[in-house]
Ligand binder design. Structure first.
Ligand SMILES: NC(=O)C1=CN([C@@H]2O[C@H](COP(=O)(O)OP(=O)(O)OC[C@H]3O[C@@H](n4cnc5c(N)ncnc54)[C@H](OP(=O)(O)O)[C@@H]3O)[C@@H](O)[C@H]2O)C=CC1
Ligand SMILES: O=C([O-])CC(=O)C(=O)O
Length: 437
């Protein structure tokens, strides 16, 4: 392992332009000031100096095995002691956020939100660990370059890589976005299998190297069953920590209810999406509220609620693809940010949010062992509890049974990936992602 050692009271580091060995490192452990240079290109004669009153004499320190790490990128290979600068003294401890599909469209919106501080807050420095593939590696470098050029103060580290066992190391959040889109003529069972394999692998990697309390949000479709596969392959991480993103569906439902009621969308609350992120999902208008009143008291056209509203939310993703020629990216990124914020800030009194979570001991009688969207509340500690005071009627129960049946069929279809035996695929005919219609 190559470790640069400096002993003079004035620190000066110069090196010639090479692609450095992945473990090259100069570190000042006594002050936590470190310049970490791992397999990054740096400009000719890079010179970094610090005066003696800023730092003590540096000592070289042993680093973790370089092969355990993804590559830090460009300017982010330098890290500084946050306590050394007045402005950063009040900041929290750096958190590691891993993002897969990092060169994709959703990530292209999300990463900049994360880096700006609008998700984790203005005093929360972050490290972004970006997972791509050989196919997308150049694009990933492009993303990292744009992050460099954005000069975000809170963004202290960016690393990129194609091996989940490296990229997920010590991740405290894992936002799993990368997935293969369903191509023409591809059976849904094939999609479940192809993407399921990605999520089985990523579950294993999280299990091996991520923080034991990592929070995982699965976005790549079919996200509920991918999340189930992921958590089944990560037995050392609490199943409760895995989420499938249904917040976009909740946001879409709120928007349509607001439009119909003639109110601004901040007046709509208590919206649950039940079940699968697919066209069987159930946007619950029975428990939802507008200006604190039950939706059915405000919107008297109940036929609209049961038919048009429900179908509009279920198929919103498909309509958007028809208009845009590609699936929702910006609004999905916003909804991922919303989903994270809902877990790290206390839920407003009386309200809740939707997330696809593991049905382990759920109070609604939904089949156990599924990732099913349900109403959740959080104290803001990253954890959540299920909301108990919700009501059901025959319409709602019938719809929930349909989406439950679909998820049970998806589960049977991926039994080979969850350790539950031999897969048997009998998916309902009309099983579709929101983007397929
Ligand atoms: N839950 C939700 O509410 C929503 C979910 N989605 C889903 O999010 C996912 C990402 O969408 P978006 O960012 O727009 O898609 P993009 O196609 O823009 O990017 C996704 C990334 O997935 C990776 N990918 C593509 N093919 C494969 C493959 N065969 N194996 C592994 N990874 C692959 C690629 O990264 P790389 O080459 O680096 O692997 C690509 O950069 C999709 O599955 C989409 O259906 C979209 C909207 C809403
Ligand atoms: O099917 C897709 O990729 C798009 C999707 O999930 C959505 O817009 O809700």
């Amino acid at each position: 392992m190559a470790v640069a050692e400096l002993t003079s009271p004035t620190v000066a580091y110069t090196h010639t332009p090479t692609r450095l060995h992945s473990s090259s490192q100069l570190s000042l452990s006594s002050t936590h000031l470190s310049f970490r240079l791992r397999r990054s290109f740096r400009p000719q004669n890079t010179r970094i100096t610090c005066s003696v009153d800023q730092v003590q004499a540096p000592v070289a320190v042993e680093t973790k095995k370089s092969t355990d790490k993804s590559d830090c990128f460009g300017v982010f290979c330098q890290t500084y002691d946050l306590r050394a600068e007045e402005e950063t003294k009040s900041w929290k401890k750096l958190i590691n956020i891993a993002v897969s599909g990092a060169a994709g469209m959703i990530s292209n919106h999300l990463l900049f939100k994360l880096a700006s501080g609008e998700v984790f807050g203005p005093n929360q420095p972050i490290a972004l660990k970006l997972l791509g593939s050989e196919r997308s590696f150049q694009a990933l470098e492009g993303v990292a370059m744009e992050l460099e050029d954005s000069l975000y103060p809170l963004l202290r580290e960016v690393s990129i890589g194609i091996n989940p066992y490296e990229v997920f190391e010590d991740a405290e959040w894992a936002l799993l976005i990368g997935a293969k889109p369903r191509g023409p003529g591809m059976e849904r069972a094939d999609l479940l299998d192809i993407n399921g394999q990605i999520f089985a692998e990523q579950g294993k990697a999280l299990n091996a190297v991520a923080s034991r309390n990592v929070k995982v949000i699965v976005v790549g479709n079919p996200c509920n069953t991918n999340a189930l596969i992921c958590l089944k392959n990560a037995p050392n991480i609490p199943a409760k920590n895995f989420h499938a993103l249904t917040r976009l569906d909740e946001n879409r439902a709120k928007c349509q209810l607001a439009l119909k009621a003639g109110v601004f969308y901040d007046k709509v609350s208590n919206v649950t999406i039940w079940g699968n992120h697919s066209t069987t999902q159930v946007p619950d208008f029975l428990n939802a509220r507008i200006n604190g009143l039950p939706v059915k008291e405000v919107i008297k056209d109940h036929k609209w609620l049961e038919e048009e509203f429900t179908e509009m939310v279920q198929k919103r993703g498909g309509l958007l693809i028809q208009k845009w020629g590609r699936s929702s990216a910006a609004s999905t990124a916003v909804s991922i940010a919303d989903a994270i914020k809902s877990l790290i800030t206390p839920t407003p009194e009386g309200d809740w949010f939707s997330s696809g979570v593991y049905t382990n001991g759920n109070p609604y009688g939904i089949a156990e062992g599924l990732v099913f969207s349900m109403p959740c509340r959080s104290k803001g500690d990253g954890d959540y509890e299920l909301v108990k005071d919700v009501i059901f009627d025959d319409y709602l129960l019938k719809k929930i049974t349909k989406t439950e049946a679909e998820l049970l069929a998806e589960k049977r279809c991926v039994a080979h990936l969850t350790g539950e035996g031999i897969a048997f695929c009998d998916l309902p005919e009309d099983t579709m992602l929101p983007g397929e219609m």
